[in-house]
Design a protein around this ligand. Structure first.
Ligand code: NDP
Length: 469
């Protein structure tokens, strides 16, 4: 997000990366540091803290391997500079000496940002350790990775733990989905095009469709996935946060809290979703995946219908689905508008024109489409659907990787794109009835659009077909 309103003094002057030897650091954080160095010049130390008995050279080799593998447009100078900025504190988070040595490296830093790229079970020790060296008092704050709890109770406990040590405005709950170019454009598109935003209202909208479908399974991630499932992995966080962006009222100012206030209102108005409003599925063959419990009832597919009870959105069904091993890979938010009140141009052999749609596609390829109807050339009075499409340039999309954007924002003290405590808890409250009473998982074959039972909660007229390129 543009952080123009932030003072340079708000910037952190050190990044402390807990979990620097882990998977997330390798796949996302070193590449994000590369992009930030290339675009902004970091100009501060990056101090990794982890248990592996590595030398600084080992860590530097790992960072180089990560950037060479994961960055599309590698800038050798930026990569070298990131590598040169690295420091390493080897130690267990349970050991006070680890934090004492970290503190020595932080002597010249006034505002370190701590990034917890570690399993939530370790948050307690690390937050306590940061407190003992006073790192929480220096105004840099803390970045935490999803999952923010695994149900309402654990989310509240996590919140209590974080807020005992850091003020809410310095807790950056990172949901990388919210840093994606198309997701950011959901709100900007609305604010910059009031003529279209006016249409986002129960008077005009029939329903919404939010999809996150993947045509591959969970191979290689069985141990992790089997403990979460589709609801906890993507629906409670990514998809409900995106839903809040499209349904939120425009913020009243550019203050970071203004947008977060509006999103929070939407999530607090989300009526708790009931078990009969959801269908779960599991693809055939899931039990054979390494580290999956052979008796597992974890869902690899979920479809539900939600309602947001605000003046603007009441009675507009919001259909949400997410799944693995499906018939396609697509992440999309689609607004389906109401049909004309009277179909004047409908002859005996003519079909009713499809409704207007506004579709934000996040994957594959980021684009926005407005679906309208025009007269089909010829003698007959007949319409044909036409798309007005804006497609992002690939190069631009690579330039604005979500992790780089969000890490840069946290370093600058800009919290606009991070999930706030009340939003996170409201989203858990809405799905808690489904966690309490999840019902059966229905099997589906890999390559299908989920189980047949999911039709029960599907949009009227079915899910929109994928857009052709
Ligand atoms: P990993 O298991 O790969 O890494 C865990 C890190 O924590 C390692 O650096 C490990 O150090 C360190 N660590 C663990 N125990 C200790 C200890 N007692 N003392 C010191 N260091 C310790 O996890 P991920 O990187 O996959 O995930 C990190 C977080 O990010 C999790 O919360 C996860 O849910 C979240 N996340 C991960 C994503 C991913 O793509 N991986 C995506 C989105 C979120 P060492 O190995 O040296 O022992």
């Amino acid at each position: 997000m543009a952080a123009d309103h932030l003072d340079e003094r708000d910037r952190s002057d050190a990044l402390v990366l807990f979990g620097i030897t882990g998977d997330l650091a390798y796949k996302k954080l070193f590449p994000a540091l590369h992009d930030l160095e290339r675009d902004q010049d970091l100009d501060f130390p990056v101090i990794g803290v982890a248990r592996s008995d590595w030398t600084l050279d080992d860590l530097r080799e790992r960072a180089e391997a990560s950037m060479r593998e994961e960055v599309d447009d590698l800038d050798e100078d930026a990569m070298r500079t990131v590598i040169d900025r690295l420091e390493y504190v080897q130690g267990d988070y349970n050991h006070p000496d680890t934090f004492a040595r970290l503190n020595e490296l932080l002597q010249d830093c006034s505002k370190p940002l701590a990034y917890l790229a570690i399993p939530p079970s370790l948050f307690d020790e690390v937050i306590e350790g940061l407190e003992t060296i006073g790192a929480n008092q220096r105004g840099g704050g803390v970045v935490v990775e999803k999952p923010f709890g695994r149900d309402l109770t654990s989310a509240r406990e996590l919140d209590d733990l974080l807020q005992r040590t850091f003020p809410e405005e310095l807790i950056y709950r990172i949901d990388h989905f919210l840093g994606k170019e198309t997701v950011l454009d959901v709100m900007l598109f609305r604010l910059a095009n009031p003529v279209l935003d006016t249409l986002l209202h129960r008077h005009h909208v029939d329903h919404l469709q939010i999809t996150m479908a993947e045509d591959f399974g969970i191979e290689g991630r069985g141990g992790f996935y089997d403990t979460v499932g589709a609801m906890r992995d993507v629906v409670q966080n990514h998809l409900l946060q995106v839903m809040a962006l499209i349904l939120a009222d425009p913020p009243v100012s550019d203050d970071p809290e203004a947008l977060r206030d509006e999103k929070s209102k939407v999530l607090r108005a989300l009526r708790p979703i009931q078990p009969d409003e959801m269908v779960r599925g599991q693809y055939v063959g899931y039990h054979d995946v390494d580290q999956v419990d052979p008796e597992s009832t974890t869902e690899t597919f979920v479809s539900l219908v939600a309602n947001v009870e605000t003046w603007r959105w009441s009675d507009v069904p919001i259909h949400i689905r997410a799944g693995k091993a499906m018939d396609e890979t697509r992440t999309e938010i689609a607004v389906v508008f109401k049909r004309p009140p009277l179909s004047l141009y409908r002859g005996p052999d003519m079909t009713e024109p499809p409704p207007n749609t506004l579709r934000f596609r996040i994957k594959p390829g980021e684009r926005i489409d407005l679906g309208i109807q025009l007269k089909k050339p010829g003698e007959r009075i007949e319409t044909e659907p036409v798309l007005m499409t804006y497609e992002w340039d690939d190069r631009l999309a690579r330039h604005t990787e979500a992790y780089a954007r969000l890490l840069g924002d946290a370093l600058s003290g800009d919290r606009t794109l991070f999930a706030r405590s009340d939003s996170v808890l409201a989203a858990w409250e809405a799905v808690q009835p489904l966690l309490d009473d999840p019902g059966p998982v229905h099997p589906y074959e890999p390559g299908e659009a989920g189980p047949a039972e999911a039709k029960r909660v599907a949009p009227p007229g079915g899910w929109l077909p994928p857009l052709t390129d």
